[in-house]
Design a binder for this molecule. Structure first.
Ligand SMILES: C[S@@+](CC[C@H](N)C(=O)[O-])C[C@H]1O[C@@H](n2cnc3c(N)ncnc32)[C@H](O)[C@@H]1O
Length: 229
């Protein structure tokens, strides 16, 4: 994992270029029609063929679009069918803005599946004193409090704690409906888009108390009626 200071320098130097790259893609290259599936932040291992993969990391990872997810997403309004991200939003400073961007890009009836570190499970396991639930990443800690801090903040890489009620509030305030908390790796209500290849990227050792919190939602299909109401 890159040191925080190195990463901050990377974003300071490359941020304006990534913003330009995102703008060029959105203005000239982004698809205007057809089925459009987007993954945000595939990282080093999770490139999805057939999807448009967007990431800031072009050095150790593989992506199709180089863009900064803290900014406007590199897609035109209402052109994307499905947006997926896994362990990305907790790195973003303004999740409410990010949800609004997801909403802007999705077609009416389009959907999202977003996952990140499960604050609900972590808080419960901390309260139960179950140190064994916590993982030794990025650091190994001996104490329960140390393990909890390690999981939630990940060497200060994570900027927030993700709980379902908060993600639900953000997504429903944005206008999404059909919100649902899903078990990673197996549950989805978006079977048309989220297939086994995607679910396989969500390994989970304790499905009943998952380490990853997944939320799915849908942009209402009857927007025209809503707008004129
Ligand atoms: C923890 S990794 C997750 C990778 C993969 N989705 C997975 O589940 O293994 C976070 C990913 O999000 C990307 N990312 C984080 N902040 C970003 C930003 N502001 N703009 C673009 N990509 C970003 C990182 O480059 C990295 O690939």
């Amino acid at each position: 994992m890159l040191k925080r200071r190195t990463k901050a320098m990377y974003y300071a130097v490359a941020g304006p270029m990534m913003q330009a790259s995102g703008l060029v893609y959105r203005s000239f290259l982004a698809p205007r029609s057809g089925a459009v599936k987007v993954q945000l932040g595939p990282g080093q291992r999770n490139y999805l063929p057939g999807w448009i993969n967007v990431d800031a990391n072009i050095f150790t990872g593989k992506c199709d679009v180089w863009a900064d997810l803290r900014r406007k997403l590199p897609f035109r309004d209402e052109t994307v069918d499905v947006l997926y991200s896994h362990h990305v939003i907790e790195h973003l400073p303004d999740i409410a803005f990010h949800f609004r961007e997801i909403y802007r890009c999705l077609k009416p009836g389009g959907c999202f599946r977003v996952g990140g570190p499960n604050g609900d499970s972590a808080i419960r396991k901390f309260a139960e004193g179950d140190a064994a639930w916590f993982i030794d990443y990025p650091d190994t800690r001996r104490s329960l409090g140390g393990k909890f801090e390690n999981f939630i903040f990940c060497r200060q890489e994570h900027l927030t704690i993700l709980t379902y009620s908060w993600l639900h509030e953000l997504a429903s305030d944005t206008g999404f409906h059909g919100l649902r908390c899903c078990k990673p790796g197996c549950e989805t209500s978006l079977g048309e888009w989220i297939d086994q290849t995607v679910l396989a990227m969500e390994p989970e050792t304790t499905p009943d108390m998952p380490h990853t919190l997944i939320i799915e939602g849908i942009k209402p299909a009857n927007l025209a009626r809503q707008r004129s109401a």
